[in-house]
Design a protein around this ligand. Structure first.
Ligand SMILES: [Cu+2]
Length: 185
């Protein structure tokens, strides 16, 4: 095939893909979000001597779109345990001081049977999932613990049952600078 012909075929393929994309988003706009979504916990801590200490673990992505009734599978790629805990928007720490004084974090950890003043929890917590209100993740107080990578609890799946149109804010109650949102469609 001559070069210009090849190019034309490639352009046609690209247009086809673009049209498929348009069709897909048109359906999505009037319908529901994905029935399944993935979330991972990534990053690592680091420091610069005489410079700073950076706590670099994060939810990836920070914003997850999911259908009401859909499931989110979360994988931990870090060496630390974390939680994904639904909180009220007003409880999401916005300043360094609020991160340091996260009172809802202590409440969440206690609900999991973890003593926030005790030593760091590396093993499985007494209560892995806290589910308030109706079954599934739908309201502040719903929370799951995820174990460090390579542990049996390093992957968790939870169902999101909040109504379409709901935004659920979440934090990690162990590292409350880790924050995200579930957009329920
Ligand atoms: Cu964390």
């Amino acid at each position: 095939m001559k070069a210009w012909k090849t190019r034309r075929v490639l352009v046609a393929a690209a247009v086809g893909v673009a049209l498929l994309g348009l069709t897909g988003s048109a359906i999505g706009a009037g319908g529901k979000g994905p029935a399944k979504a993935k979330l991972s916990i990534k990053g690592k801590d680091s420091f610069k001597p005489n410079g700073y200490l950076k706590l670099g673990e994060f939810f990836a992505p920070g914003t997850v779109t999911i259908r009401s009734g859909g499931t989110v599978t979360m994988t931990n790629t870090t060496d630390d345990p974390h939680t994904l805990s639904i909180v009220k928007r007003s409880q999401v720490p916005r300043t360094l001081e609020q991160v340091g004084n996260c009172s809802v974090c202590g409440t969440i950890l206690k609900a999991h049977g973890i003593n926030p003043e005790g030593p760091p929890t590396m093993g499985p917590p007494p209560i892995r999932v806290v589910d308030v209100g109706v079954a599934g993740f739908d309201s502040p107080g719903d929370s799951t613990v995820i174990g460090p990578k390579a542990s049996p609890g390093a992957r968790v799946t939870f169902k999101v049952t909040a109504r379409p149109g709901t935004t659920l804010n979440f934090i990690c109650a162990i590292h409350p600078w880790m924050q995200g949102r579930l957009l329920v469609k």
